[in-house]
Design a binder for this molecule. Sequence first.
Ligand SMILES: Nc1ncnc2c1ncn2[C@@H]1O[C@H](COP(=O)(O)OP(=O)(O)OP(=O)(O)O)[C@@H](O)[C@H]1O
Ligand SMILES: [Mg+2]
Length: 262
Amino acid sequence: MADTPPILALRDVSKIFAGTKALDQVSMEVEAGKILCLLGDNGAGKSTLIKVLSGYHPPTLGTVLLDGQPIRFAGPREARQQGIATVHQDVGSIPMMSIGRNFFLGAEPTKGVWPFEHIDIAEANRIAIEQIQRFGITRITNGDQLVGTMSGGERQVLAIGRAMYFGAKVLILDEPTSALGVKEASIVLRLVSQARSEGVAVVFITHNASHAMTVGDRFVVLIQGKVAASFARGEKSREEVLNLMAGGEAITELEEELEASA
Ligand SMILES: Nc1ncnc2c1ncn2[C@@H]1O[C@H](COP(=O)(O)OP(=O)(O)OP(=O)(O)O)[C@@H](O)[C@H]1O
Ligand SMILES: [Mg+2]
């Protein structure tokens, strides 16, 4: 059996902003049907990394590989056309737009024949509602509802469901669970696992080690733009992961302090 290359990979990628090395010789691989968790503290370079993966930033140095071939995306649109869907932390949605319109954003189904064709809003709404209900958001039944009135979790489901409906091969999620309560976070985590079982390569960025360890297959920890650790599920304990994310001894020290003062 021939080895299939990872869908997306970085080889020695550095990104330098006016003297700040946001990424420092990062190498990593994103595989189909796997969830790669990207962990790291504030400013570690996580968002910069996903902006390189999703075509917003060209790397200063190093190579992005798509299906094993070096690629230089002209911009996010080109990356999207290649099946790389990114859900940003603000969910990239327009709050004053309806669910149905937001779901299709320029790719609405049309009715009629040119020059009389028009967007088929009813059909757009029907599909959008069907998709979010499929992922467990059953409280929402009206596609005319404005996105701005949805909860944070519902918006995440809308954005992820949309990416999957349009056949994303790679799904990049920047802190999808960070602003959510326990119940909504678990809906989003379940959706992320479902994307994996449908063969999507998921990149899941988070501060939350428990969320990462619930769904992750592989883990990459960034510290000051460098890959500080890269390991598979089960290779490290939750405590070890927390320590790595804190950049070493911080958590252990805090635990000892709290124990001493208890
Ligand atoms: N466009 C930019 N211009 C200049 N510096 C930038 C730019 N984008 C990011 N940086 C810097 O690069 C470093 C990494 O930032 P990045 O946003 O990637 O971190 P992060 O891991 O996503 O942090 P957070 O968890 O807070 O979102 C920071 O020092 C940041 O100030
Ligand atoms: Mg960030």
